[in-house]
Design a protein around this ligand. Structure first.
Ligand code: HEM
Ligand SMILES: *[C@@H]1O[C@H](CO)[C@@H](O)[C@H](O)[C@H]1NC(C)=O
Ligand SMILES: *[C@@H]1O[C@H](CO)[C@@H](O)[C@H](O)[C@H]1NC(C)=O
Ligand SMILES: *[C@@H]1O[C@H](CO)[C@@H](O)[C@H](O)[C@H]1NC(C)=O
Length: 235
């Protein structure tokens, strides 16, 4: 994995360029219809090694404006070579919701984390994950999970304000992964070994809007929290 360390270092250099740099990649994703759950996801592939990728998929309700809370359905496909994979919703490791997952039989464990520094993140109660009744598996090559997240798309940020992820726009996420496995993968509070690689994806939400979001959740055994459009929700 030495070359992926190199990629991360290059990303670090790119980050040092002015924010207005024309070299920034525009957010892009493809749209993916998952016949198993019925959700339509926006999808970005994140290079984990030279020969394998983590697939990050996000589905959101179609009727949400920027600045309103909303749930998402997250589907992640990871190669078996990886012992955990994580998504950083704010684009860096520190002070934003971290969606961390590790293989655990047929149903990977998804753990809610939050880091206050560049050391092992703690549990984060501001985001909750509910597994769908389908969309989870592990086979000879990959492991996959599908969960609803409440609390991934808005949080109290470092500057005393609130960050909203725009469901109609794009977002630069951070991701991280390790080849090392956790020792007690059925636990959401398992100790996770540090990443072998981290990098960034620029994800567009445009391909993942679902008009029948709540009905699709119900079809997959999950009740909606009727959060979308609820501007009185407290953070
Ligand atoms: C398990 C314990 C962990 C330790 C000890 C750790 C440590 C670190 C360190 C030292 C860096 C800075 C590397 C550098 O500047 O060269 C870093 C960066 C990063 N880590 Fe972690 N990490 C851990 C878990 C995680 C998790 C669970 C995620 C979830 C996505 C994550 C995401 C990132 C990202 C995106 C970066 C690059 C952006 C940034 O520097 O904030 N890390 N980590
Ligand atoms: C996960 O996968 C197994 C086997 O494919 C399936 O029986 C189960 O219903 C799935 N869902 C959950 C939430 O475990
Ligand atoms: C294994 O699971 C992955 C991820 O869901 C899937 O893309 C792949 O087709 C599966 N392979 C087999 C042989 O079923
Ligand atoms: C909106 O959020 C508030 C505060 O969390 C909650 O009390 C209320 O039940 C929510 N309304 C709906 C329709 O979900």
């Amino acid at each position: 994995m030495h070359f992926t360390y190199g990629l991360a270092a290059l990303a670090g250099l790119a980050q040092a360029w002015p924010a207005t740099s024309k070299h920034s990649l525009a957010p892009r994703s493809t749209s993916f219809f998952d016949s198993e759950t019925g959700f339509t996801f926006s999808e970005t592939k994140a290079a984990a090694t030279l020969s394998s990728s983590i697939i990050y998929r996000i589905a959101q309700p179609s009727n949400v404006q920027y600045g309103q809370p909303y749930d998402v359905v997250i589907q992640v496909v990871a190669p078996n070579s990886l012992g955990w994979v994580g998504l950083a919703w704010g684009g860096s490791m520190v002070r934003n919701p971290l969606t961390v997952a590790y293989p655990n039989g047929q149903r990977p464990t998804v753990s809610s984390r939050w880091a206050t520094g560049h050391y092992t993140p703690g549990q984060y109660s501001g985001a909750t994950y509910t597994p769908l009744s389908t969309g989870n598996r592990s086979n000879g090559t990959h492991w996959q999970y599908t969960v609803k997240c409440t609390g991934c798309t808005t949080w109290s940020n470092n500057f005393g304000g609130i960050t909203w992820v725009d469901p109609n726009g794009g977002k630069r996420f951070g991701f991280a992964a390790s080849a090392s496995r956790v020792s007690n993968p059925s636990s959401t509070s398992a100790t996770i070994p540090v990443h072998d690689v981290y990098n960034y994806i620029s994800h567009s939400f445009s391909g993942g809007a679902n008009q029948d979001f709540d009905a699709l959740l119900a079809r997959n055994g999950v009740s909606s929290t009727a959060e979308a459009g609820n501007t009185s929700k407290k953070l």
